[in-house]
Write a protein that binds this ligand. Sequence first.
Ligand SMILES: NC(=O)c1ccc[n+]([C@@H]2O[C@H](COP(=O)([O-])OP(=O)(O)OC[C@H]3O[C@@H](n4cnc5c(N)ncnc54)[C@H](OP(=O)(O)O)[C@@H]3O)[C@@H](O)[C@H]2O)c1
Length: 250
Amino acid sequence: MPTIVITGASSGIGEALALRLAAPGTTLHLVARRRERLEALGERLRAKGATPGLHAADVRDPGAMERVAQAVLEAGPPPDLLVANAGIRGEGDGNGREAMEEILSTNVLGVLNAVLPFLPAMRAARKGQVAVVGSLAGYRGLPGGGAYCASKAALMAWTDSLRLSLAPDGIAMSLVNPGFVTTEMTRRNPYPMPFVMSAEKAADKILRGIEKKAPRIEFPGPMVMMVRLLSILPPSLSDRLLQLASREAH
Ligand SMILES: NC(=O)c1ccc[n+]([C@@H]2O[C@H](COP(=O)([O-])OP(=O)(O)OC[C@H]3O[C@@H](n4cnc5c(N)ncnc54)[C@H](OP(=O)(O)O)[C@@H]3O)[C@@H](O)[C@H]2O)c1
């Protein structure tokens, strides 16, 4: 009878994960700001025999996320799986102060707000799994997306460190780094998206990794190779390659 919490469940990858995980006996706590979207998803989960818990909350608000955790823990056992997936890419100048503040407050502090309030109960239960959704964009600063890339790079370091401190308590931690996925976030992308995949396919890959308790869940393979290579090349060379690619795209 698993209990699962998913932030950013009102669309895209979070919604696809919730639909894949819905089964009789499963309780799915869904967190996002758009209540009506959560209600519609809740109905679809109920039709699959799952029990939805709906939490209209903003991950940037630590008090609101404390209240979500309290409500989840009062309703049942600590989560078997907590997916901190809510995130934004931001609009406008992706390297400016405004983008940095907006994106870090959702993608980094929002993840902390979603995860930390559950840890004491999960630690006490000595079980459970946390999956944080980052991005392959965290491997290196990409043209025009400094704030987004910085937020996902921060998640790599934070989850690597937290994984070590959670392991002795029997809690597994995975970082999910997808490439391009067709969702509301990427619908209006003006540039080509190599190896793009559907949210459903991404959800399947994520769940396979979660089942294996993989520390990093990264896909698709060719994009993983590309970003890893870019991250180890000397910046003088990787800059030139990225400049070339971005000129080709425009
Ligand atoms: N799509 C891609 O190509 C791609 C690639 C790599 C990584 N990712 C990552 O995957 C995750 C999910 O993104 P997606 O592609 O599925 O995009 P999406 O369809 O736009 O979904 C984003 C989700 O996050 C929620 N959210 C955003 N800000 C929030 C806030 N302040 N409080 C609560 N919920 C908030 C949104 O719900 P509300 O608006 O209702 O609050 C929505 O449910 C993100 O972390 C993203 O960075 C996506």
